[in-house]
Ligand binder design. Structure first.
Ligand SMILES: [Fe+2]
Ligand SMILES: [Fe+2]
Length: 139
């Protein structure tokens, strides 16, 4: 796997992160009722994690000689808390897979810091997925 391919993969991750920042912000504005109030707090916290991921990926792509995307990935806009969270769970689990896959490529290329950071980001997304599963169980 070449560095060019890795940059391409990281740019897809970055587009997904920008999309998640927007999706959580959009969903927070549509989270109504008492349960919605709680969800707003949780989403506000998770947006900070996703912003941190997007910032890191932007820096790394530049460092590797690439051009970081500023275009978010398109996202669905389902109505109602349950449907929103089901989409979020699916997307978080997809992010876990992508970060693990790209961590393996970084390791192959001898990029140790990137490998470790991508694994940490996979763990962050897995934590988000666990939090969402907990909320979904009560809805
Ligand atoms: Fe993220
Ligand atoms: Fe996440």
């Amino acid at each position: 796997m070449s560095q060019k391919k890795l940059i391409q993969g990281l740019n897809e991750d970055l587009a997904a992160e920008w999309g998640t920042v927007m999706r959580y912000t959009y969903q927070a504005a549509h989270a109504f009722g008492i349960e919605g109030e709680h969800l707003r707090d949780i989403l506000a916290e998770e947006v900070q994690d996703e912003l941190g991921h997007a910032t890191f990926l932007t820096d790394v792509i530049v460092d590797l000689g690439g051009e970081p995307t500023t275009t978010p990935k398109e996202f669905g806009k389902p109505k109602g808390l349950k449907k929103m969270l089901e989409l979020d769970l699916e997307m978080e689990l997809r992010d876990v897979e992508h970060y693990n896959e790209h961590a393996r490529i970084a390791e192959e290329l001898g990029l140790t810091e990137l490998k470790v950071k991508l694994e940490e980001m996979a763990a962050d997304e897995a934590g988000h997925a666990r939090e969402i599963r907990r909320i979904l169980k009560g809805l």
